[in-house]
Write a protein that binds this ligand. Structure first.
Ligand code: FDA
Length: 311
């Protein structure tokens, strides 16, 4: 996907993210170096006050324990337990917050059945507590398995949600195939490097497909999260819902990432729209931060300014 950065620079940042030397050096100091702008601490104890404060500012919250590509079965179970604990904490405190997680964090790389089993334990608590959850969409090789798990959980628990990426050629077909389920869907542009055989290469194509997916999703039953910081897409959506006479809440919500484009998010709240901030936490923040840096050079400047500031 051509993004705000040229593809070579974006590729270089994402490659650095996978370099073990860079990883170990930065992860020692990174939270102090600026990651804290995008990540709500390293533990659930650090996360909860941020979630309360985010709600106080008028936003709903989606909690994410950072992590992906786990290859240890016990670790996947610990991750699922943490998500259940989050949902229980939200219910106890009556917080307007749900959870979003990656299936490779709960075992998709080990065995899809294990990921389904772990995700089902989260789904059970979400249903018990009257809540919802969404499963992020990762690289294109995971799409079929992710959609399979979504369908299983949708059937068993009802409250499951999933994500479609507008950079993928296949997403419109995937959307149309799930419309009969009145899906709980998040639409994003897509954050991974994908070949042009599966993904649109030009930003305008990705944006055009994003608008098409929104129009289709909002024409059917279900609930749609419009996850973007793009003011042009946001304006497209507010105009579309106004022209269709849809209410500002109840059928869709906007979603943005904690620490990014918050003035836009706040202005939407002031205008009466429902906005959820995705608030990540955990010690595995480095790849997450690298994806945000690859999306926007200004964030790189922010990170480096903090890195070079004497403490
Ligand atoms: P785009 O990158 O086209 O930029 C448009 C404008 O938005 C910019 O001009 C700028 O104004 C603003 N902007 C964008 N990024 C910014 C940044 N980092 N800092 C400051 N301003 C920025 N991806 C994925 O593959 N799978 C997933 O499951 C998810 N989940 C997800 C959840 C939520 C809540 C969000 C908001 C995003 C995701 N993503 C994701 C990431 C998504 O695919 C995409 O990479 C980013 O949202 C950036 O794309 P935008 O739509 O924001 O616009």
């Amino acid at each position: 996907m051509s993004s705000l950065l040229d593809r070579p620079l974006r590729t270089a940042i994402l490659a650095a993210a996978n370099n073990p030397l860079v990883r170990s050096g930065v992860s020692r100091y990174g939270m102090k170096l600026g990651a804290g702008r995008f990540v709500a601490g390293e533990s659930i104890e650090e996360f909860m006050p941020v979630a309360r404060e985010t709600q106080r500012r008028g936003f709903a919250v989606a909690a994410t324990l950072l992590g992906e590509s786990v290859s240890d079965v016990d670790e996947t179970r610990t991750v699922a337990a943490e998500y259940r604990a989050l949902l229980e904490a939200f219910a106890r405190e009556n917080l307007d917050a749900n959870v979003a997680f990656k299936l490779t964090h709960v075992g998709l790389d080990i065995d899809p059945e294990l990921a389904l089993e772990n995700a089902a334990t989260i789904a059970a608590v979400a249903r018990e507590t009257g809540n919802t959850f969404r499963m992020d969409m990762e690289q294109s090789r995971y799409v079929d398995r992710t959609l399979w798990i979504y369908r299983e959980l949708r059937q068993r628990y009802g409250c499951a949600g999933f994500v479609l990426q507008s950079y993928l050629h296949r997403s419109e077909t995937d959307l149309r195939a799930t419309l009969a389920l009145a899906p709980n869907l998040r639409i994003v542009k897509g954050a991974y490097l994908e070949p042009s055989t599966v993904a649109f290469a030009q930003k305008h194509e990705v944006d055009e497909n994003y608008r098409r997916l929104v129009e289709i999703a909002l024409s059917a039953e279900g609930y749609t999260a419009i996850a973007t910081h793009d003011p042009a897409i946001v304006a497209f959506v507010t105009n579309l819902v106004a022209s269709r006479g849809l209410p500002k809440r109840g059928r869709f919500e906007f979603q943005m990432l904690y620490g990014i484009a918050e003035p836009l998010a706040a202005s939407l709240v002031r205008r009466g729209y429902r906005v959820r901030l995705s608030v990540p936490y955990g010690d595995f923040w480095f790849p997450y931060l690298m994806r945000r840096l690859a999306e926007r050079p200004a964030n790189l400047g922010f990170f480096l300014r903090h890195a070079l500031r004497p403490r």
